[in-house]
Design a protein around this ligand. Structure first.
Ligand SMILES: *Cc1c(COP(=O)(O)O)cnc(C)c1O
Length: 821
């Protein structure tokens, strides 16, 4: 039996890939969660440390995917009509296809590497060059061993330039990437300590990165990094290469670049080909100047006329480094990608958009794609096809070109010639309760749409980093034995972080169970597309109908509650899942050992109850001094649970551990663990705090800065007294936002420009005053209340509480912004 095709053949370049048996391949993917699933996609199943892509093949087949590259034998009998290719290694196969695709590309390929600034340099270079040429750039940070091959897939000869980002995290990786990318031109941004672990020292790291350019003809870099200069001079055949090593510092250098700052602009003087060119850019910070200088040398070297460069610089836009979901007016959410519009960028945005399963209504607002090389009809055919799969409630096209192609699009679409026309329309007929993807080419100024939709509330936001949640989840998962399930605790608005947004993300990360405190919380999750099983810990009699209507599973903790729920379900059809809570020493909720006989007899009388799990809760897992007590709890839990199981004749899931318990007690994992605060970046045991990432940052802004004379007082009850002449800043956060009044009078410190600013006087309801005598700040500036610095722990310690309370106290009126990098 060998029905596998033994090799892949017939590959030719087009916008689509000609494949064996005349199958057209338009999409390549390795992550089953956010792909376009159709018969012209190909899935590369990769066996990773934690996930095995092969386990998703059946469901992908079910969703219409027909092409698979696998590295484990699978039985093709269950996948009739599919092309299955058995490879030694899926990643290497993916890499060699990408290399082939690269060889067939005839435009100019530019590669960017370095420690910092790769993405910004790529995005800016893309912005600048696309004023003159058709430019392809690799999607956001697709720069790894699998990211690079995926980013090369869309290469096509109508693109004059392709700009590809490459990053490595350990020795030897760049050899592979060099072979795949084969850049003609290289930009080496800089060298720093990012991802240092994989390299013995900075010199070696620079040498490794420089390998990318060993066959390039032109290399642009800053000589101000001696390791970079040294590494590049180690490349073979140097004399035949055009090395542009510029410097901000060394005035003897032939590419000595001078900068002069005035009124938040910077003039950059660049010597090139015996001439001096002066450009003006709208920023002053060192990193931005370095990135733009690399771009400018590139443009000059490509012979772009100076006047055109000036014009392009005027249009330069900040680079959004991440995709965000923001709360907006009319209960909308926005995915703002308003500066960028090309076909590949559209794919990335749609992928992110697709993850927002918590919303039933989806709207995309898209401008003309200013892409040369494809005819309008072909281009918008492709766009329409991508959008069709998203099942939108509304599509809005803006611009003359897309409007001319309106027949290609779904029926519930609207078209406008200009952004202004759309804004007028939205004024009359606002979009409501939807998630809206906003994506437009720069000239359409879609930031106006974003501004008109954004929630106009005070400038205090809680930023929630969804990738950090994934990181923390994976950290705890790595401590679990195989097959131990994870229940994620999303009670109390996901510990203050936002309920359905976080739950949706956790569902996407494939946790097994969710738990909330109250039925309403569970209902809200169901209404936002959460289909995971949900346990409700405090069900009330008045909410029983909600439980059954929304398939929520109550925790049953007493004989009374058992009886009430039993009477409620009597006469109703079907099985009703319940979770039995045992009290083993917490003395909060739960059956005690004396209740078991009665409980067992009632379970026998009520066979419509299906016990989904039996669990208990540790009272002192956060502190080592209680280890003995925790172990006792575990033993009585096991004993009581076994008694119940024997009577039940089937085995429900058993679970005991919360986050600190997972850190301490690998032996008590049973069938599942209940992960709460650890997900949100807090290790209550403090044992692994450095392995977790902080998830949320509470930020506000300075409303006003003023001078206060010695002897004057500040705020209510005249509690703040100026012992010297002081500068104070009034910031837009108070106890009604969750900034505890106990932070008054120097107990709390916020950070401004990375420096601590202690609270002066009493915290007010909506604001408070902080001492900025030694910080040179102005109104409008950002203030960090908690995040990486100061940490939740520091805040909690200062007012004698625990991080849980600080997090869950952040009030509803504080806008949440969710992002993933
Ligand atoms: C909140 C809660 C958890 C999660 O605890 P963390 O310390 O946040 O991990 C687990 N189990 C029960 C019963 C809870 O109420």
């Amino acid at each position: 039996m060998k029905p596998y095709f033994s090799s892949l053949k017939k590959i030719s370049l087009g916008t689509e890939l000609q494949f064996i048996e005349d199958t057209l391949i338009s999409d390549v993917f390795i992550d089953s969660r956010n792909a376009l699933l159709h018969k012209s996609s190909i899935f590369f199943a990769i066996k990773g440390a934690r996930n095995n892509g092969h386990q998703f093949i059946a469901s992908l087949y079910h969703d219409g995917v027909r092409n698979f590259v696998v590295e484990e034998e699978i039985d093709p009998k269950y996948l009739p009509g599919a092309n299955i290719f058995l490879a030694k290694s899926s990643i290497s196969t993916l890499q060699s296809f990408a290399a082939l695709k690269r060889q067939l590309y005839h435009g100019k390929l530019v590669a960017i590497t370095g420690s910092n600034g790769k993405t910004i340099t790529k995005e800016w270079l893309g912005q600048l060059m696309s004023s003159f040429y058709s430019v392809y750039k690799s999607p956001r940070s697709f720069n790894s061993q699998v990211g690079v091959p995926l980013s090369l897939w869309p290469l096509s000869d109508y693109q004059d330039y392709a700009i590809i980002e490459a990053g490595i995290s350990k020795m030897g990786e760049m050899e592979h990437l060099q072979k795949i990318i084969q850049p003609e031109i290289g930009i080496f941004t800089n060298i720093g300590t990012a991802h240092d672990e994989g390299f013995p020292n900075l010199e070696e790291k620079a040498l490794q990165k420089a390998i990318l350019f060993k066959e390039s003809s032109t290399i642009i870099y800053s000589k101000d990094y001696p390791e970079v200069a040294h590494a590049l001079h180690n490349i073979p055949d140097l004399s035949s290469k055009n090395l542009i090593g510029w410097s901000f510092e060394d005035n003897t250098s032939s590419y000595f670049v001078e900068t002069e700052e005035k009124n938040s602009l910077t003039a950059i003087r660049i010597p090139f080909n015996d001439k001096l060119f002066i450009f003006e850019v709208p920023f002053t910070d060192y990193a931005s100047l370095e990135n733009i200088t690399n771009c400018l040398f590139f443009l000059l070297n490509e012979g772009i006329p100076v006047k055109l460069i000036h014009n392009a610089l005027m249009e330069l836009k900040p680079v959004a480094m991440r995709m965000e979901v923001k709360q907006a007016i009319h209960q909308n959410y926005l995915v703002d990608d308003s500066y960028n519009n090309d076909l590949v960028g559209l794919d990335t945005a749609i992928q992110f958009f697709r993850q927002q399963k918590q919303f039933a209504n989806k709207v995309i607002i898209l401008s003309d794609l200013l892409e040369t090389g494809l005819s309008d009809s072909l281009l918008y055919q492709q766009v329409a096809k991508k959008i069709e799969t998203e099942k939108l409630s509304l599509f809005i096209g803006v611009g003359p070109a897309i409007s001319r192609q309106k027949n290609l699009f779904q029926t519930n679409s609207l078209f406008f010639n200009t952004t202004e026309e759309l804004l007028l329309y939205l004024n009359e007929r606002p979009i409501k309760e939807s998630v809206i993807l906003i994506k437009g080419a720069r000239s359409f100024h879609f930031e106006k749409i974003v501004k008109s939709l954004e929630q106009k509330i005070h400038g205090t936001v809680l930023e929630v980093n969804l990738n950090a949640i994934t990181h923390n989840l994976n950290f705890y998962r790595s401590k679990l034995k195989p097959r131990v399930k994870t229940m994620a605790m999303v009670k109390a608005f996901s510990y203050g972080n936002g309920s359905h947004e976080v739950a949706n993300w956790l569902q996407f990360q494939k946790v097994d169970y969710l738990a909330v405190a109250y039925s309403d919380e569970g209902v809200a999750l169901r209404q936002h597309g959460i289909h995971l099983p949900i346990m409700v810990m405090n069900p009330t009699v008045s909410s029983f109908d909600l439980l059954t209507k929304y398939q929520l599973e109550p925790e049953i903790y007493s004989l009374e509650l058992f009886q009430e729920y039993a009477s409620f379900v009597r006469g109703k059809k079907g099985a009703f899942k319940v979770h039995l809570k045992l009290d083993t020493g917490m003395h909060r909720l739960g059956f005690e050992s004396g209740d078991l006989n009665e409980l067992i007899s009632r379970l026998r009388d009520n066979p419509q109850f299906k016990v989904a799990s039996i669990f208990s809760h540790l009272a002192g897992s956060d502190e080592a001094i209680h280890n003995g007590f925790s172990a006792k709890q575990a033993f009585s839990f096991k004993k009581m649970a076994e008694e119940l199981i024997e009577a039940l004749n089937y085995r429900p899931l058993l679970h005991l551990l919360n986050s600190p318990g997972i850190s301490r007690f690998p032996d008590f994992q049973f069938d599942m663990v209940r992960l709460g605060v650890g997900l949100y970046g807090v290790d209550a045991t403090q044992l692994h705090q450095d392995r977790l990432q902080s998830v949320s940052v509470l930020k506000t802004v300075i409303s006003q800065v003023k001078f206060v004379k010695q002897g004057d007082t500040i705020g209510y009850s005249r509690k703040g007294v100026a012992e010297k002449h002081m500068r104070i800043a009034t910031i837009a956060i108070g106890y009604a936002d969750g900034y505890d009044r106990k932070f008054s009078n120097g107990i709390g410190k916020v950070h401004i420009q990375g420096k601590p600013a202690p609270v002066v006087g009493n915290v007010c309801m909506d604001m408070c005053m902080v001492d900025v005598t030694d910080i040179d700040c102005t109104a409008g500036e950002e203030v960090i209340v908690f995040g990486q610095n100061p940490t939740l722990f520091e805040l909690a310690d200062a007012i004698n509480t625990i991080p849980y309370e600080i997090l869950t106290n952040v009030s509803d009126r504080v806008k949440r912004v969710f992002y993933s990098e």
